[in-house]
Design a binder for this molecule. Structure first.
Ligand code: SF4
Ligand code: SF4
Length: 213
């Protein structure tokens, strides 16, 4: 999976670029709609493997760290967590107004793609994923009910926090009380980063609680 995941991401990125060039971006939006239903059963696979923003943010995160321009801080005005909904509202309004009043398709997706890259150069990826992305707002709502998700086995977890350090969406944290890692299903992209680093192989994809963690 370590090598398959990047290939899947690149293939979906290529599909996204192809649809963009062909002017068929509404097909991508339909794919996103289907992914919300998928999230209810299998978790936020769209965010982890399909989303072009996430795919570009992975190397950009690396670049931001290399250039030492990335900060661990989160902008204060984003902390309330409401901005994702404002992003979603503005995006939908822009598409409707553009189509009805100006008879044009506002390039909402490419605009968010550019913003995700710029923000990730400066801030940790979880800032865009959890506090800015309009698509993430919806994925969070549907993903929290995921029937299957990455889960931590508390019997083998040693609380080393390695998983916490690599998670791109702040979905996993070691509880100060139990000293065991816990995954918040609503935020989890079902990627492989935590499983790749866990020294105890404590994290597996399995049946999750139906109401999220
Ligand atoms: S990396 Fe594994 S052992 Fe370490 S805290 Fe995370 S789940 Fe527990
Ligand atoms: S908890 Fe693990 S699988 Fe979920 S987003 Fe974080 S690193 Fe990926």
């Amino acid at each position: 999976m370590k090598y398959i995941a990047p290939i899947i991401r690149i293939l979906f990125l290529a599909l996204f670029v192809f649809l963009l060039i062909k002017g068929n971006i509404f097909i991508w939006l339909a794919l996103f709609g289907v992914s919300l239903l998928v999230a209810v059963v299998f978790g936020r696979l769209y965010c982890g493997y399909v989303c072009p923003m996430n795919t570009l943010m992975i190397p950009v995160e690396w670049l931001g760290k290399k250039l030492r321009i990335q900060t661990a801080a989160t902008p204060k005005w984003l902390k309330g967590g409401y901005f994702t909904w404002i992003s979603l509202g503005v995006s939908i309004a822009a598409m409707i107004v553009g189509k009805r009043m100006f008879h044009m398709n506002i390039p909402v997706l490419p605009i968010w793609l550019a913003l995700s890259v710029l923000l990730t150069l400066r801030y940790k990826p979880e800032v865009f994923h959890n506090l800015v992305c309009p698509f993430g707002a919806l994925q969070k709502v549907f993903g929290r009910f995921a029937f299957f998700s990455k889960k931590v086995d508390p019997d083998t977890c040693i609380g080393c926090k390695l998983c916490e350090k690599v998670c791109p969406s702040g979905a996993i944290a070691v509880s100060p009380d139990s000293k065991k890692a816990v995954i918040t299903t609503a935020l989890c992209h079902q990627c492989t980063r935590c499983t790749d680093v866990c020294p105890k192989a404590s994290i597996r994809y399995r049946k999750a609680r139906t109401t999220g963690n």
